[in-house]
Design a protein around this ligand. Sequence first.
Ligand SMILES: *Cc1c(COP(=O)(O)O)cnc(C)c1O
Length: 353
Amino acid sequence: MNHTHQIAIDKVRNSKLDSTDFENLTFGKTFTDHMLECTWKDGSWSTVEIKPYGPIMVEPSCKVFHYGQAIFEGMKAFKDENDDVFLFRPEDNWIRFNASAKRLAMPEVPEDVFMDGLKELVNLDRDWVRHGDGLSLYLRPFMIASENGVAAAPATEYKFMIVMSPARSYYRGDVRVVIATEYSRAADGGIGYAKAAGNYAASFYPNSLAIQEGYQQIIWTDAATHEYLEEAGTMNIFVRIGDKLLTAPHNDRILNGVTRRSIIQIAKDMGIDVEERRVSINEINEAAKNGELKELFGSGTAAVVVPIKGYKHHDYTFELPELENSYSNQFKKALVDIQYNRAPDQHGWRVKI
Ligand SMILES: *Cc1c(COP(=O)(O)O)cnc(C)c1O
């Protein structure tokens, strides 16, 4: 790794740690003492700055507000019983971040800025990573167009930043979903595969309609026909039919999730038959009707695995069976055991800070 970028560290005088209630954390509301900031201008990256978490100054004409060049990543740091801190497959997030950057005509972030900066920041705030079941530090690298001016063109200045938020997993209640038959999240040739802020903006309204109907999430189908499964809200989706595990292949409409990829590997390690292919809603409805549909679940960094209890597709509704030893529970346990250094890391996924 090239250490060409210097890191300048300005530490807080008074830590917020003692006044933080780790028992009552609302996801994404509490931030650690420090953040990272690095600016791209005239083709090069500035010194990486690590400084107290706080507001940034931008003008109203700042391009991100007008043309939406904004991308992000979501990852976590975990602490084991010996107070060692680990990241999970962070290279994958860096690679995906730059794939998103490229699609939105933003500069790619060099590995040393992203990875060394991230490790330095996590290390500085390592007391914010708590051990204990479900506790982690949620890491949010992001980049915005920071040039001023309302001309519709890619910006000539960008800010890459990382903020971090202590997180506790909790049971969010049963999740039932509506399968989309009208709206879509992404289309061929679009930005569905990028972790672009605008993808989320576009999903909030259709999702709110599902909530109005008494459901918690929307399941995205392909924009062209609405006949094939794509994603579960802001997560990837898995289906278990009989003993087979199915998931949509990733393409330019589907986000290539790190959790998805890890679950596919874990399932294969367990000897489960996995197919990455287009899965039609018709196939799911048929499997539901003949008793073969065993599980539906979403996967993503924030919640790891979210089992889906029931779904609605047009007028058809179905309740998933209660399983003793579900795949989703087994995958979740296997994955978090690796993340918290409670199980051997066969695939080299953990990175110690
Ligand atoms: C982030 C994200 C996922 C999950 O990706 P992970 O790397 O597993 O966290 C899935 N779908 C969408 C749309 C996402 O934004």
